[in-house]
Design a protein around this ligand. Structure first.
Ligand SMILES: CC(C)(COP(=O)(O)OP(=O)(O)OC[C@H]1O[C@@H](n2cnc3c(N)ncnc32)[C@H](O)[C@@H]1OP(=O)(O)O)[C@@H](O)C(=O)NCCC(=O)NCCS
Length: 187
């Protein structure tokens, strides 16, 4: 497996990344439901300054895709999206893609990577809950009840930094997580 930058010229990889997105997110209301939507998302990730990287297997097929969007004057990258082909999940590819992104972020002087990971289908204990007014108390008590990806990000060193209650309708929050990627604190 190798991780490389995705480019418009690599039409096969662009298409496979789009197919992967639809395959993994079409059941989620805020996901991608058609190949056209998937292609638009992948092509949108190829903007100058944005990050778009694919993990390729020995045949050159896409087994994972990660993107990042610079924000906060370049101090922060928003990780968006991350997806690993279902038959290759739990084999370390997601962790490798995140580590590769962290390396690039460090090289470019980025301090923090953050991610919003929604719970739209009841895979955390926050689903269906009225999180107000103690939103931060709920954030501190988050639990995985069905293999939600926040548990994966936690294993990669991200911490929960907040919640957007009802981000996807009542009781369906977005879980905000972040990780410092610089070696040490800088003023
Ligand atoms: C979430 C996802 C990217 C993880 O990628 P992956 O390649 O399967 O993860 P890895 O094999 O690198 O796992 C790293 C660690 O996280 C754990 N992990 C992976 N997915 C997990 C999950 N859903 N829940 C709990 N733990 C998980 C692994 O067991 C492993 O733990 P270990 O180091 O103790 O062995 C992948 O499952 C995926 O693409 N899911 C569908 C799309 C998705 O939900 N993307 C994230 C949207 S925010």
């Amino acid at each position: 497996m190798k991780i490389v930058g995705l480019s418009e010229e690599n039409e096969r990889a662009v298409r496979q990344a789009a197919e992967l997105l639809v395959r993994c997110f079409s059941r989620i209301p805020s996901g991608w439901h058609t190949l056209e939507e998937g292609l638009a998302e992948v092509q949108g990730s190829l903007k100058p300054g944005w990050i778009s990287r694919v993990a390729l297997d020995e045949n050159g097929d896409v087994v994972g895709w990660i993107g990042a969007i610079p924000s906060y004057q370049g101090h922060v990258w928003e990780l968006h999206p991350l997806v690993v082909r279902p038959d290759r999940q739990r084999q370390g590819i997601g962790r490798a893609l995140v580590a590769d992104l962290e390396r690039l972020a460090r090289e470019r002087g980025v301090d923090t990577i953050f991610i919003g990971t929604d719970d739209e289908d009841g895979r955390t204990n926050l689903y269906g809950v009225d999180l107000y007014p103690d939103v931060l108390s709920w954030a501190a008590r988050i639990e995985d009840v069905g293999g939600h990806p926040f548990a994966f990000y936690r294993k990669c060193g991200f911490v929960v930094v907040g919640l957007i209650p009802d981000a996807n309708g009542f009781g369906k929050p977005d879980i905000l997580m972040a990780k410092r990627v610089t070696a040490q604190r800088r003023a």
